[in-house]
Ligand binder design. Structure first.
Ligand code: HEM
Length: 376
């Protein structure tokens, strides 16, 4: 019996050491990339907006010391594309909210991507994805997607092609966060940002891919004959706000109690598994109103960090590279890449915004696909 316990402790320690090493490796690589290339590891292409966030009067959640009914915050919201410097590519789109009008400091940041399920759901799958991204993306993704059908599903579910409006997309936090109410009970939560318009659903949101794109999400180039330029979406977002439009969103929250032993029930906490909304409905948490677009420079000097949160909204930690919470540790450690990116601007300034044209050297085509797998 004692031997069994000892063996289990050694195995647990081994898993934790492997996770630590993985975090060290990934953090070193992404930090070096941000330092030498002066870029965000992902989501470099984006636009920063400003407005207000107000916690709704009667949120249907347990009483909470941060989400106080009626509390108001100035906020920053950055909409971005997860990869490639081209608004017209088939890419994951994002919404990151800072509960403050500041470049860095904030009581709470929430980072969300389009789609319900992600391309990776723990440190192991993130490293696999990062490896193929480093090798050149496009066709390099194909073996990874074949090995992980769930990643192919997540990619197809999350990419958006040429959306017309950033405020007509639904964005999800994709990983599970902690929530400790005034009752002291620890719950798991997910967030999503959605347009106020109730008619916008999963199926009709802006840029939702058709069947072909969904099943070939690695073919990310603009569609043949695309006439929109590389910056069309940011330009139209800026123009709409300049013309006096305001964007209205609902920040929503989904809550559930953790199972007794969630480490052995990854389906409860994995970003790859959505929670049944008939049992765990998303409820309104805050109204977000956006009325201003900030400059490109301000966007580059701002970063969002999931390490910004009150103690009552903790970030669950993983115990191995297969534990879905391990993604959280990778994301927390990647604050070093954010800091170093800002530091890198001290040498030669902020890189210039990329131009509209696809003949510029900053435009990348994806490698051709030699052997596309059959549509899923
Ligand atoms: C499903 C999980 C994830 C989601 C939903 C997510 C979401 C996001 C979003 C929305 C942004 C853009 C922020 C902005 O507009 O400035 C971002 C940037 C970034 N993410 Fe993630 N991310 C995830 C996983 C990870 C992981 C595992 C890492 C680990 C290395 C990571 C590292 C970064 C870095 C370094 C940036 C650039 C930050 C900067 O330089 O300002 N992310 N992420």
């Amino acid at each position: 019996m004692i031997e069994h316990k000892l063996l289990r402790a050694i195995i647990a320690l081994y898993h934790r050491v492997v996770l630590r090493l993985a975090i060290l490796l990934v953090t070193t690589l992404v930090t070096a990339n941000s330092l030498f290339n002066k870029v965000r590891m992902s989501h470099e292409n984006g636009i920063l907006l400003r407005g207000k966030l107000r916690i709704v009067d009667q949120p249907d959640i347990p009483e909470h010391d941060f989400f106080v009914p009626g509390a108001q915050f100035k906020c920053r919201l950055r909409h971005a594309a997860a990869s490639f410097l081209d608004d017209a590519k088939l890419v994951v789109r994002s919404a990151s909210i800072k509960f403050a009008d500041a470049r860095i400091d904030s009581p709470m940041d929430i980072l969300m991507n389009s789609g319900n399920v992600p391309l990776f759901w723990n440190a192991r799958t993130f490293i696999g994805f990062m490896w193929v991204s480093m090798r050149g993306r496009g066709k390099r993704y194909v073996p990874f997607l074949k090995r992980h059908p769930q990643a192919a599903l997540g990619g197809g579910d999350s990419v958006r092609r040429t959306p017309e409006e950033v405020d007509k997309i639904i964005y999800n936090s994709k990983t599970v966060y902690g929530f400790i109410g005034k009752d002291g009970v620890y719950r798991y939560v997910r967030y999503r940002l959605r347009p106020v318009d109730p008619d916008i659903s999963d199926d009709n949101q802006s840029g939702k891919p058709g069947d072909f794109d969904r099943n070939h999400a690695w073919l990310q180039n603009p569609a043949p004959g695309e006439t929109r330029d590389r910056n069309y979406l940011k330009a139209s977002t800026r123009a709409r706000l300049r013309d006096g439009e305001t964007f209205h969103y609902k920040l929503q929250i989904q809550l559930r109690l953790p199972p007794p032993d969630d480490y052995h029930q990854a389906q409860w906490v994995s970003g790859a598994v959505v929670w049944d909304e008939s049992r765990f409905p998303f409820v309104d948490l805050a109204d977000v109103t956006i009325d201003e677009a900030l400059s490109y420079e301000e966007s580059q000097l701002t970063y969002f960090d999931m390490g910004h949160h009150p103690a009552s909204l903790p970030i669950p930690k993983g115990r191995s590279i297969d534990d879905p919470h391990s993604l959280n540790q990778l994301r927390l450690a990647s604050v070093w890449a954010r800091r170093i990116r800002l530091f890198s601007y001290r040498f030669g300034g902020i890189p210039k915004a990329f131009p509209d044209t696809r003949t510029d050297r900053t435009w990348e085509a994806i490698p051709p696909v030699e052997e596309p797998p059959p549509a899923a």
